[in-house]
Design a protein. Sequence first.
Length: 717
Amino acid sequence: PSLLVPAAAVWQSKGRVLTEAGRQLAQPQEKLLAGLGYAGRLFPPIAASLKTARPVTAALDNEEAYVFLRQAAPLLEGAGFAILVPPWWNKPGSRLGVRLRLRPGQGESQEASAKSRLQFENLIKFQWELALGDVTLTREEFATLAALKAPLVEIRGQWVQFDPEQVEAAIRFWERQQFEGELELSEALRLGLGAEASAGGLPIDRVDSEGWVAEWLARLSGRETLAELEPPAHLQTTLRPYQLFGYSWLSFLQRSGLGSCLADDMGLGKTLQTIALLVHEKEVSGVLPGPTLLVCPTSVVTNWEREVQRFAPVLTTWVHQGGQRLRDDELLQVAASVDLVLTSYAVLRRDIAVLQRAPWFGLVLDEAQNIKNPDAKQTQAVRSLPAAFRIALTGTPVENRLSELWSIMHFLNPGYLGSRQKFRREFGLPIERYADEQATTRLKTLIQPFILRRVKTDPSVIRDLPDKVETRAYCPLSEEQATLYQAVVENAMRELEASEGIQRKGLVLSMLMQLKQICNHPVQYLHQSGASDTSELEGRSGKLERLLELLDEAVTAGDRALIFTQFAEMGALLHDYLPAALGAGTLFLHGGVPVAKRDALLARFEEEEGPPLFILSLKAGGTGLNLTRASHVFHFDRWWNPAVEDQATDRAFRIGQRRNVQVHKFVCVGTVEDKIDAMIEDKKGLARAVVGSGENWLTELSTADLYDLVRLRPTEA
């Protein structure tokens, strides 16, 4: 292929051998004629050139040159010929196309505030231009060229294609397309990022923008750095640098009227960044223009309520949950008076008729993978809610799941990725079935402005994180748990009234043990046989439900986790249940495991391909172990002794650990777990040292104080 011999050199050769560039070619003239004869069958002008004794060229007119380049050349290549075409052929801009020019609307000055001009309903001026190569054509110039009826045209020394199909498309473009007008920001963004490859049947060669529109597109596409906001003054914590950027990014898209997906890794503070956005908006406006509706799984509603109370008491909240929740106009009246309404996906689906009537300022979906099925009634209900801005929070990398991606993006920015059918045709099938790199690159370009994902292994994030991040996982009791809990408390209180001394202490400790078991799972308290059957465990424990959600996210991210419980029975239930529920290998270490097997379990977990989950009873696994493969530690139930829990956590957080460790401590809200956890954290009322001495201090409380500690608070349950 690298040896090119002109035909004239072949005819000038003597004998049956041609020597060229150190190589000898046998029978060159016969080979040239044979090749030209075969090519002449596919392209007649070549055959005509063979009428001369020594053909060296085939002269082509404009039409013939176009037919050769467009039709004959591909056929000849298929037949084994190498074809050298002009360098301008098939290059972008070598044929008829269109360009789009975007600019601010008239009267919008550079001094206008970003908040006033970046609104979803704002319009951007646009102008389409017809272009041939680097030359922009007026309608008159196009008409002159079209009248030539020449498929190849030379303009200013540059040859370009002018094929009949495109001429017809251009004529239709002139007739049907609105060449000047206004676009919504979302449509301008689609075109600016290349969501559409063509317009009116003509390829879009280029999109140019001016003024703040150019700056806005540059920031969205990442070509320019986003300016960070100041931390909100009323936020009761310090934002880490990556969280400051995340909240600024959310605010930028919110002010643009565009939906955003914060897909940070588990434990990086998606909740805090969202709260910071709402506090910032309230500080800027003095009062929020309307309430924000936050939808999350049932097990997370209380987490959100506690986090808002902890970090942003300036925000007023209302929990729309439970059988006694407000209905109809009562709900609308309360919603209008608060900043944030918290509810679950299940309640939203049931109450969608009234929720659609509220003037929502914002709509936030936590664990947005709950709308991954676009046909589900839950997804359709969520999409039907009107809101000035929308945010999706998920720890799952949605860019790797195309069907989920479309559903979430359709919620955030309806229509941006086109219809489901079009998305599947242009991206789903090419990427998932054929690993099409071009389609993958184009999709990433389109979604990049709307998805922000940071993982704990990012160097910029690692620098910002402490070595150990501790969070509470607040869990509601199921109806069954609440009923059992209340019955145990009432029965114990009656018995305590008639007891004293050692008997009373024994009754108190027994009650506490039963309440802990109920908080874990009714099956553990009832000691039901056959509980390894998943039907016996599902839907009965708020704590188990929340554990599954968090473990699923951790396992999906490729992380490993230690799960501590003080009850071997509960550990056995989890060991039977988790592998089937999550499809993840699970180990279990308790006091009854022989030393040899214990060592084998530890070694197995630390292997490169070891199982991701390790359940340990607190006494058996609390000391003497080194399990640095784990980056998550779950305290399923609480020892009520910070030193014991910290010692267990240090199985993962110790020398040799090269990752940040996330510690999750489970608390059933409205229960004794909640009350004692608050005591430990606040260090008020009872000294931490006293609380940390075990549970004996509880036996010394008066019956009235004890009841206040263990009673079920139904408003939080």
